[in-house]
Design a protein around this ligand. Sequence first.
Ligand code: SAM
Length: 208
Amino acid sequence: MAPVESSFSDVRVIVNDGVYEPADDTFLLCQYLDIIPGEKLLEIGCGCGLVSIIAAIKGATVVATDKSLAAVQNTQENARRANLLDKIDIRQGLLFEPIQREERFSVIAINPPYLPETREDPAYDGAWSGGPDGREVIDAFLAQCTEFLEKDGRVLIIQSSLSNPEKTHQILDTLFHYSTIKAEKRFFYENILLFEGRQPRRPTTERF
Ligand SMILES: C[S@@+](CC[C@H](N)C(=O)[O-])C[C@H]1O[C@@H](n2cnc3c(N)ncnc32)[C@H](O)[C@@H]1O
């Protein structure tokens, strides 16, 4: 299929075939992406790169990763079009694999695959299917995220009411001094929530 266009505010991107097309979850993250110029942002699962590009425009230095080569190439293309290749370092890999042990970020953002579906389901797609309970990527992310945060850093996590948000809240409470639902969009079949956790209590490595 031919690429399609997407935009948030006045930021335009193209979305290539096989890459997640920005949707309500993406736009919720874009809307509440508060960045102080100079901050370092890691976006895991960057898709076409819209969130990372907005962060870079707001003054962040960005590392954008995705497991999908098509997504990585799409983000590179959009970053080049926006003249932001010097601000966005784009890497391919699963979760924190492309991140060096010593790298630390002010903000880590993720809009993960969060729908409860398995590879056997006809609707399965690696961009939005999060395993039987929808939590495969969310839980793996939560298990490692504090290792890569600065001591006053924060995480922004999108998820659905269909994938046990209470569990996310509980885990965030153990990992961070402050955790909250920063924003929520209601639909008749699900709610999309944006969680924020701020100030890691201790790096994960010290807790286990
Ligand atoms: C829901 S899409 C979000 C894309 C983009 N951030 C947005 O908001 O439009 C999830 C993205 O995460 C990527 N992804 C899924 N599992 C991943 C993993 N374990 N590690 C890294 N990326 C992953 C997918 O390839 C997809 O691009």
